[in-house]
Design a binder for this molecule. Structure first.
Ligand SMILES: Cc1cc2nc3c(=O)[nH]c(=O)nc-3n(C[C@H](O)[C@H](O)[C@H](O)COP(=O)(O)OP(=O)(O)OC[C@H]3O[C@@H](n4cnc5c(N)ncnc54)[C@H](O)[C@@H]3O)c2cc1C
Ligand code: FES
Length: 268
């Protein structure tokens, strides 16, 4: 296997992946299943893949996507993506049998604190996807897991059914416009959950303002909190410094030192 760079946990591979399905979910959201050798069995929760989208000759940069889930027996890796610009729009035009070039797995994923017994996972919008494999590993490790999801509107609420099937319980949801669940921000649901019971670990992924607001609550209560930051990236392998995050330990490259960071170390 050729090595492209180090993500400290695993080596980064480059592989041709064949699209198995590319389904429109709702709103601007799609889910893409890729069949690709080696990478699915190496992915750790929280890591991402860097995808070269065909037909984008004028746009040489790859696009990073967190791995939503994998099925190793089928060499399958699934990503959930939302259309925000040219690349993601182009992705929607791809179909079964098309190939994309994938680099991965990349980055430092989630770390379960050694003494963790109860965890709260908070996902905003498409940020629910990078937390799903983490929920699976926490559940397997006998950690009591609760999940809170938030989105702008019902159509942007994703992964709820999958989380409920995994955890065997309903997942509190919020929508900014009140079209589903609690009418308001998911930070209100986070505060309610923390008032109800104690958690010794919080993991969060979503839009940066939401992450900041969640961290303000959880760090104030002294709860170890880890966040997955989606900084704009270029090389994805630690070489270009386009993705730096300021931390109490100096500047860190989000692609290889993150994307998951200890929230108490991030200088927002
Ligand atoms: C580690 C990591 C994991 C990610 N995981 C997912 C995922 O699972 N699902 C998903 O839908 N998206 C994810 N993203 C974001 C995704 O990479 C971008 O949405 C995508 O690269 C945009 O490409 P584009 O060509 O469509 O947009 P462009 O045409 O390049 O940009 C369009 C608009 O999107 C904004 N944008 C582009 N990249 C980002 C970014 N990284 N963060 C915030 N805004 C951005 C630009 O500022 C611009 O306003 C992740 C990003 C990172 C860094
Ligand atoms: S994207 Fe180049 S260093 Fe992170």
């Amino acid at each position: 296997m050729e090595r492209l760079g180090d993500s400290k946990m695993t080596c980064v591979l480059e592989r041709k992946a064949q699209i198995k399905t590319n389904k429109h979910l709702t709103d601007h959201l799609y889910v893409m299943e890729l069949i690709v050798e080696d990478i699915p069995s190496l992915v750790l929760p929280g890591q991402f893949v860097h995808v070269q989208i065909p037909g984008m000759e004028g746009h040489i940069l790859r696009r990073p996507f967190s791995v939503y889930h994998t099925k190793q027996s089928e060499n399958k890796l699934t990503i959930l993506y939302q259309i925000v610009g040219f690349g993601t729009q182009k992705m929607t035009t791809l179909g079964a049998g098309d190939t994309v070039d994938v680099m991965g797995p990349i980055g430092h994923g989630w770390t379960i604190p050694a003494t963790c017994q109860s965890a709260l996972l908070v996902g905003g919008g498409v940020g629910a996807a990078p937390l799903y494999m983490h929920a699976q590993e926490l559940y397997k490790a006998d950690v009591s897991v609760d999940v809170v999801l938030g989105a702008q509107t019902e159509a942007a609420l994703v992964c709820k059914d999958r989380y409920e099937a995994l955890l065997g319980q309903s997942v509190p949801c919020s929508t900014d416009d009140g079209t589903y669940g609690y009418h308001g921000f998911c930070t209100d649901l986070v505060s309610k959950s923390l008032d109800k019971r104690s958690y010794d670990y919080v993991a969060c992924c979503g839009p940066e303002p939401m992450i900041k607001a969640v961290c303000a609550i959880t760090l104030d209560r002294g709860i170890p909190t880890f966040v997955s930051l989606e900084k704009r990236m270029a090389c994805g392998i630690g070489a270009c410094l386009s993705c730096v995050v300021e931390t109490t330990n100096g500047l860190k490259r989000s692609c290889v030192d993150g994307p998951v960071f200890n929230a108490s170390e991030v200088i927002w």
